[in-house]
Design a protein around this ligand. Structure first.
Ligand SMILES: Nc1ncnc2c1ncn2[C@@H]1O[C@H](COP(=O)(O)OP(=O)(O)OP(=O)(O)O)[C@@H](O)[C@H]1O
Ligand SMILES: [Mg+2]
Length: 264
């Protein structure tokens, strides 16, 4: 694995407005939070509340209208290795599975043979060896999603940004990749921001859950998960986790009803 300093990040008063034909849309309003080095933070919120926008700002794919993002390592954005796993897989259609996974390693000057060897070890983990030389259009949606995740893992970024990465996967693959993600996070001490619509997944993976609201997007609550992983399925801690999940569920239900303009 490629090494490197790996410190936290702070978002200060981030705002993002998009100009559209119908005027300005404020996607994010006054977002302030910090993530410590090695922290795993889940983000949940109703559709359209600005989760993808937030990850794109942190990844440097889009500029905030105001506010700032500070990498506490002291590195600039160009030096800071950030990888974003997109909501849609975001693979290069002209590259094979192997080349897509190896792509992230190219930037770090790794020789081509080593790049391909390392990429192959990741591909083996999710059972896609026989598709290594296929192109994305020859794969199912779930297979493409797996390749997108592997590309980010193989690139070994300091900050891993994941936008509903397991959305279109079957339950078993989801389970395997969640364990793999936790293993990579533990072994490589990464900072991970993980967007999901699945409350169970948010609580299972995160040290902390940021609950966002929409219109415009802001952080409604930050919830610390008081229990260390792996969660024991038959312990009393489960009761505490269930209460946390219920609390998040109630916030999201209220948000969705508000967005549909229905009484709660
Ligand atoms: N490029 C863009 N141009 C104009 N408006 C945009 C653009 N991207 C996002 N928006 C708007 O910003 C708001 C937030 O969008 P965003 O995609 O960040 O939401 P999200 O929380 O990721 O939603 P979902 O859960 O459905 O993925 C929405 O109102 C959306 O219409
Ligand atoms: Mg999104």
């Amino acid at each position: 694995m490629i090494g490197g300093s790996n410190l936290g990040l702070t978002c200060q008063h981030l705002c993002k407005t998009y100009p559209t034909r119908n005027g300005l849309i404020t996607a994010l309003d006054d977002i302030t939070f910090s993530v410590k080095e090695h922290e795993f933070v889940s983000i949940v919120g109703p559709s359209g509340c600005g989760k993808t926008t937030l990850l794109k700002l942190i990844a440097g794919l889009s500029k905030p209208t105001s506010g700032q993002i500070i990498f506490n390592s002291g590195l600039s954005r160009h030096q800071q290795r950030t990888a974003l796993v997109f909501q849609e897989h975001g693979l290069f259609p002209w590259m094979t599975v192997l080349d897509n996974v190896a792509f992230g390693l190219e930037m770090y000057g790794m020789p081509k043979r080593d790049r391909r060897d390392l990429a192959m070890t990741f591909i083996e983990k999710v059972g896609l060896v026989s598709f290594a030389n296929n192109y994305p259009h020859e794969l199912s949606v779930g297979m493409c999603q797996r390749v997108g995740i592997l590309r980010a893992f193989a690139a070994d970024p300091q900050i891993l940004l994941m936008d509903e990465p397991f959305g279109s996967l079957d339950a078993q693959t989801k389970q395997v990749l969640r364990q793999e993600l936790l293993r990579i996070w533990r072994e490589n001490k990464k900072l991970i921001l993980f967007v999901t619509h699945d409350i169970d997944e948010a609580v299972l993976l995160g040290d902390r859950v940021l609950v966002m609201s929409g219109h415009p997007g802001h952080i409604r609550e930050e919830i610390q998960i008081p229990i260390h992983r792996p969660h024991d399925p038959i312990s009393e801690q489960q009761l505490e986790l269930t209460e946390i999940k219920w609390h998040i569920w109630k916030i999201l239900e209220e948000e969705v009803l508000k967005s549909l303009q229905m009484p709660s």
